[in-house]
Design a protein. Sequence first.
Length: 221
Amino acid sequence: MAAAQGQRSDGAGEMESTEGKVAESAPLPFRAAVDALRGVRLRPEIEIDPTRPPQRLAPYAYALEAAVVDGDDDLADGRLVLLHDPAGHEAWHGTFRLVTLVRAELEPEMAADPLLPEVCWSWLTGALGARGLVCGAPSGTVTRAGSHYFGGLAERPPASQIEIRASWTPAPGEGFGGVPDTAAHLAAWCDLLCQVAGLPPAGQGDGSVVSLPQRRGPQSP
């Protein structure tokens, strides 16, 4: 994985100019949480890099963007953001929060399945539960959208996309500062990303677990 960065959204503790370092003024629990993300070993189909975190959501934030790649095709992509407020946040019920966006293109008939939103949400909770992770105050949306092309674009086939937006509070760890197991949360998030992309679980190629069949093409930004 590429090196990590940290940033204060209020201007204090700005990230280092050299990529890969969290500012020394950042709290030790946040720095430890980010360092844990750097050591996660991921499936070869996943390409992941740090990206600029959102502003003003929390005093400290770190973000990753990832894609599930098959040759030149992106089967799914997403973003995972780690937020930290040392003073705690009433809505989070904790000092850390994870926020995610996952999206993939679908065949139109699959997108028409009325149970698709519930299934996709269960994949998120199932991915976390499968790794024994306890999460608080989960919330989110599952959105499906379709596009039909006309005029000069009429030759393009209809396109459908699924999008999962979610956030949850990772259970605090038992060590200093209550740092959650961010490495396990990243691994679970990558499990979700691969499942949405239509890949079987790692080490399972017998088709016993059903994933979404995907339109194999690049994702729109």
